[in-house]
Write a protein that binds this ligand. Sequence first.
Ligand code: HEC
Length: 172
Amino acid sequence: MCSDSRHTTGEFVREAVRKPFIVDRLVYGHQIYVSEITGDKQEGVRLAGGFLESGIWTEKFARTVYDKPQPEFYPPTGEWYQHPVNLNQLDPESRLALGQALFMYHCNNCHALDHGYSAIAPMLVDASKETIAAKIRSLNVPAFFMPPWCGTDSEADVLAEYLESVRPKLPL
Ligand code: HEC
């Protein structure tokens, strides 16, 4: 009995300590290697090139969205792969699609959307897009149990727009 309860407490402590990681201090809960991240908490933590551009699947998906003809958005041919796309110039529908992809790959390992395990929408009742974006940009400050934000500022805005569109509004 006694040893059982000690074991349980030990497990609890270990789980709590490694919370943002799948592999302690090596791989975060959203599958990003610590070594892939540039910058620090003060200047904003990100993957070189942004989160969408850095993942095999997210990059493929993002390109299906970017490659639609966009109003006022005509990048020089061949520059897709050298320059991050300005997400602010995409149409609202494309921004929501990218926001959803960011949620699926950066948050969904740990959070359901609106129902179920640690659902995110109910935690953001009535929050403005700006409040949500600020929270995203400093995801692990002071919340040590979450990994750092690994996207660019405009990716944070796009994710915030998506979350703002799904969160409940008062009165409930
Ligand atoms: C490695 C797991 C993990 C990932 C990935 C993660 N979170 Fe969390 N998050 C948690 C845990 C654990 C809590 C604690 C609260 C709970 O689950 O009820 C939390 C709480 C929150 C809260 C409420 C508390 C607060 O600080 O405001 C918000 C909002 C939130 N997460 C947003 C996000 C967003 C947005 C993403 C993706 C960009 C994300 N989280 C990714 C684990 C994670």
